[in-house]
Structures are given as C-alpha cells and as structure tokens.
Design a protein around this ligand. Structure first.
Ligand SMILES: [Zn+2]
Length: 258
C-alpha cells in the first residue's frame, strides 16, 4: 500500500456500549449508549491505529471473556464492526498497519490488537507494568488476554512521545483513568486535535472537572482534566473518549475525518 503525501485521519466506532449513565458522570440516572472510537492515522512515514476497539470474540457473541464487568455493560458489536473489517472498508489490510498507539489497556481500547498482529504497540511503560501486576489487573479490570500477545512487539514510552519525529502525532501522558493512560495530539491540515481517550469520556466530564467512576486515581484524573481544559483554551480541538453527542457530529470512515 503506497504512502500518502499528506497525513490523513479516519475515525471508526467499533460498535457501541450501553451502560449506567452514572458510571460515566456521577449522579446521572438511566443508561447511556456510547461509541467505541478508534482512529487510523495514515502518515507518510507509517500507518498507526489509535486504539483498536473490542475483541472479535465479543463480536462473535462471546461476552464471557469480559468477566465481572459484563454484568454492567451491554456490548453491541457485529463482526463487520471489528477493527480489521473497519479498515478493510477504506482499503487497508492488517499488514498495512505499522503501529498501534494504545491510550490504555482496557478491553474496549486494545481488544482489537489481536487483529493487527504485525503492528508495533506503543504504550506507556507504567500502563504496561500495571497491566502485568496482579493487584492492578484486578483494580483496573484489565484482561491480559487482550494484550499478552503484544509482549514481543512493544514500544514502551515514558511521558511525552513524538511518534513520527515531526510533531504531527504526539502521545501525552494523562494518567489517572488507568495508571499509564495517554492521550494523542495530532497536528494536520492547520488543525490541532487531541484524542483524549478515557482521560475524558464526555464533554460534561470536562465542563464539571469530574472524572468518571471508572478511575484508578481520582486526583490524577482531575489534574489530567485540567490539562485538557488548558489545551482547549490553547485552541486544540478535543475529541472525547466516548461522547455520543460529539460522535454524531464527527465524520466517520469511510469519510475522512481530516
Ligand atoms: Zn478505559
């Protein structure tokens, strides 16, 4: 697959999740159905997925692998919404993806890594360490089956990391939701975009400076929200992690997001 002369960005939702609204925004009632975004960055120097969505076995009907959390969530995903099927719709196969940037290692962010077996996986070192520590696995509801297979093609980073060395794609630490969560800043076509990941589920989490209930370290998560607020004030467009209202307004593949 030839390289583009200019960077492109495609957005996908690998199904949806329905869950109690209060788990996202404390005090809210009822349920909310949210997108499960992942993004393909087609850069002249390589092709990178930011997150990979939900594991194909779940799309095949096996929710048992979710364990305890399956009691709280309803996952709605078909095989045609799994990450490899999604990128096929814009003409790419698994071997065309060079890198995966995992914001963190929750099941709905790295479950599709298995579909892209040749890609090098960029993750914060402290996230990987937590995801291999029995106490942290339990505290964060990680599922090692989602990422253990990545151990021989990891690129562990610490703090800020410029993926292509040109400032166009930069990992930014936003710890708190999980011990090593990172967000991804993208500069292209005169725009600066921040893929927040789960550092901020919904616009309301930012407006209220209130982390979600799914959070390993509330103080760190609140500090990350403050930094996101600063970025927004600097003119960076924030793309929230699971915001159904914002998602409706975004251009998703096969259209080009940017
Ligand atoms: Zn998460």
């Amino acid at each position: 697959m030839s390289r583009p002369s200019q960077m492109r960005l495609h957005a996908f939702s690998t199904g949806t999740i329905t869950l109690p609204f209060g788990s996202f925004l404390p005090g809210s009632k009822g349920k909310i159905t949210v997108p499960v975004p992942c993004y393909l960055i087609d850069h002249p120097k390589g092709r990178a997925m930011v997150d990979t969505g939900i594991h194909p076995e779940i799309a095949g009907g096996s929710v048992a692998r979710l364990g305890e959390v399956a009691r709280y969530f309803t996952i709605n995903i078909t095989p045609s919404e799994v990450v490899d099927a999604q990128i096929a719709r814009i003409g790419f196969g698994p071997a065309d993806v060079d890198l995966i940037i995992n914001t963190h290692l929750h099941y709905d962010h790295c479950g599709g890594n298995i579909c892209l077996p040749d890609a090098r996986v960029i993750v914060q070192r402290r996230e990987w360490q937590a995801a291999n520590d029995p106490l942290e696995i339990a505290a964060n509801n990680y599922n090692p089956d989602d990422y253990a297979h990545c151990s021989d093609h990891l690129h562990l980073v610490e703090g800020e990391h410029d993926v292509f060395g040109d400032g166009s794609v930069v990992c930014l630490p936003t710890y708190g939701h999980t011990p090593g969560h990172q967000s991804v800043r993208i500069a292209m076509a005169g725009r600066r975009i921040l893929l927040c990941g789960d550092a901020c589920y919904l616009r309301e989490n930012l407006e209220r400076l209130t982390p979600s209930m799914v959070c390993r370290d509330k103080d760190a998560a609140r500090a990350a929200l403050r930094r996101l607020m600063d970025y927004r004030e600097q003119g960076i467009e924030l793309i929230y992690g699971h915001d159904p209202v914002q998602w409706e307004a975004l251009r998703a593949a096969p259209d080009m997001f940017v």
